[in-house]
Design a protein around this ligand. Structure first.
Ligand code: SF4
Ligand code: FES
Length: 258
């Protein structure tokens, strides 16, 4: 048997046991994730760090799931060194598993702030800028929520064109076309929901009515463009190619007849 000190209190422990085993058998809390009593310790998660006074008298952090007790060992399971080691460990783990609720809950229990969960947006503002500068709808803006700057919808402005989703480099803005309705969303928030129009050529849903109206207005001064507004891009291309061929044939015929 050896005598060790944990958090200022003395405990008798069997030689060969780890600090974690001795702490747990004395109801002392140390967080762990990679430890399993039926397996050899691997020291992977690093959450079980504790402060140990080394031979030189200097305090160092060590992994309690690996380090075996020695007579006279002085251990602290809390304090600035331990908090720093655990914070680093939690941050490293959350970067690898950002979706893990368990990690966030464990960190909160240890009073470690991991910041807000990543939402997939890199704040490049391409979506906001294109919607304002080119489309002219202004359906997106930056807003502060829970201490974070987020891209959020401006209610009632989205035309459903999907330009924001096309430009978004991380594809966090989604377009869903179901039963003649287009929904554009970011995270789990709806930016806009609009009815779709059917292509008069092939019958496919191809654009929202609001966006088609906008294009109609914008191209009002160019009537030759209007003949393709009722078609999806594929049919419009097909018809415009045919139109070109017909025009060329007509010119050729006129030249022959002259
Ligand atoms: S949603 Fe996409 S386009 Fe908009 S700021 Fe975030 S990453 Fe950039
Ligand atoms: S429990 Fe994971 S490193 Fe010790």
């Amino acid at each position: 048997m050896v005598t060790i000190e944990i958090d200022g209190k003395q405990y008798e422990a069997q030689e060969g046991r780890t600090i974690l085993e001795v702490a747990r058998s004395n109801q002392i809390h140390i967080p762990t994730l990679c430890f399993h009593p039926a397996l050899k310790p691997s020291g992977s998660c690093k959450l079980c760090a504790v402060e140990v006074i080394g031979k030189t008298g200097k305090a160092v952090t060590m992994l309690s799931c690996i380090l075996k007790v020695k007579d006279g060992m002085q251990i602290k399971t809390t304090g600035p060194l331990v908090t720093r080691a655990r914070r680093n460990a939690f941050r490293r783990l959350i970067a690898m598993a950002p979706q893990s609720k368990r990690l966030r809950q464990m960190a909160a229990e240890e009073n470690i702030d991991l910041g807000a969960p990543a939402d997939g947006c890199i704040r490049c503002r391409l979506c906001i800028r294109v919607c304002k500068e080119i489309v002219g709808a202004g359906a997106l803006k930056m807003a502060r929520r829970d201490g974070q700057s987020l891209v959020v919808p401006v209610a009632g402005r989205c035309l459903g064109c999907g330009t924001c989703a096309t430009l978004c480099p991380t594809h966090v803005i989604k377009i869903t076309d179901v039963d003649g309705t287009r929904t554009i969303s970011i995270r789990d928030e709806v930016i806009g929901r609009q009815p779709l129009k059917k292509c008069e050529g092939c019958g496919k849903w191809y654009a929202t009515a609001s966006f088609a109206d906008l294009i109609e207005q914008r191209t009002a001064e160019h009537p030759h463009l209007k003949e393709h507004h009722a078609y999806c891009p594929t049919c419009a291309k097909l018809f415009s190619d045919r139109l070109e061929v017909i025009k060329k044939q007509a010119t050729k015929q006129q030249m022959i007849l002259r």
